[in-house]
Design a protein around this ligand. Structure first.
Ligand SMILES: Nc1ncnc2c1ncn2[C@@H]1O[C@H](COP(=O)(O)OP(=O)(O)OP(=O)(O)O)[C@@H](O)[C@H]1O
Ligand SMILES: [Mg+2]
Length: 253
């Protein structure tokens, strides 16, 4: 049975797509079968994997409730992918009129649970119907958070929404953990963020030990349509995402 993770933060630019791409590639490098789903109209994950916009994207899959097999692309990274579409918001409007609109992703994933070890869903920077679909379909959610900006604004909101999803829509949803991105333990700001997080009872034990350091290779690799593992195997980005995948396997594998 696949473990399903939402990579989510309603704040923009926190490292959701970078984490989905590189965690997926790192898990594949450890012989795990991984499906990644791009649930964002920006299509950054699909582009990062070098997969051109496909007619059979997630918006169509969710509105038609079609057989999922026709919607899965193989990537050069060995990760399977369901692409997004720039028109995803049009599909979201259609979905919003549907009964049980938050359950559509869960429903289409049912038939492929045994084909994968992990399914990672890259969420949009909003708490939209698409993001709710991701949380309803998931056992865990991971919140990538940057320590260099106003990180807490996003964190409170996402924890709050996830708590509501947990109460009303998906009793099985759990916080997988908060992943610190562009972490630099020498800056006062990072230290302040850390002590604040550590003082939060709810997050107790839920901050991943692995921190993702700032690394230009992480920016470059997605622009060159590949994961950092392929683009720069010796980089800090590769080291950090491999360590993160190992920590995740220990905790939830
Ligand atoms: N550890 C890192 N070091 C350097 N740059 C990074 C790192 N993590 C992410 N970035 C860069 O930060 C930018 C935002 O990252 P990313 O696209 O993953 O965020 P996101 O949360 O998916 O954004 P959005 O909310 O728009 O979907 C990208 O240019 C990415 O390459
Ligand atoms: Mg993104």
């Amino acid at each position: 049975m696949a473990k399903i993770f939402s990579i989510i933060n309603n704040k923009g630019g926190t490292g959701k797509t970078t984490t989905t791409l590189n965690l997926a590639a790192a898990l594949v490098s450890q012989n795990k079968r991984v499906l990644a789903i791009d649930l964002d109209a920006q299509c950054n994950l699909s582009i990062s994997f070098g997969v051109k916009e496909s007619e059979n994207h997630i918006g169509l899959l969710l509105t038609k409730q079609d057989s999922i097999d026709n919607y899965i692309s193989n990537t050069e990274e060995g990760v399977d992918l369901i692409t997004s579409s720039a028109d995803l918001l049009d599909y979201e409007h259609k979905i919003n009129n549907e009964t049980g609109r938050e359950y559509l992703l869960q429903e289409v994933l049912e038939s492929i649970q045994d084909k994968y070890d992990f399914i990672l869903v890259d969420c949009p920077p909003s708490l939209s119907t698409m993001a709710l679909n991701a949380l309803v379909a998931s056992q865990y959610y991971i919140v990538p958070m940057q320590t260099e900006n106003f990180a807490f604004i996003g964190l409170d909101k996402i924890l709050d929404s996830a708590a509501k999803v947990n109460k009303r829509l998906n009793k099985g949803l759990e916080l997988g953990g908060v992943l610190l991105i562009k972490f630099n333990d020498r800056t006062k700001f990072s230290q302040a963020v850390m002590s604040n997080l550590e003082g939060n009872d709810y997050l107790n034990g839920k901050i991943f030990k692995t921190r993702i350091r700032q690394d230009i290779a992480l920016m470059e690799s997605s622009a060159f349509n590949s994961s950092v593992l392929t683009y720069a195997p010796e980089s800090r980005g590769t080291e950090d995402y491999l360590n993160f995948s190992k920590e995740l396997l220990e905790l939830y594998g």
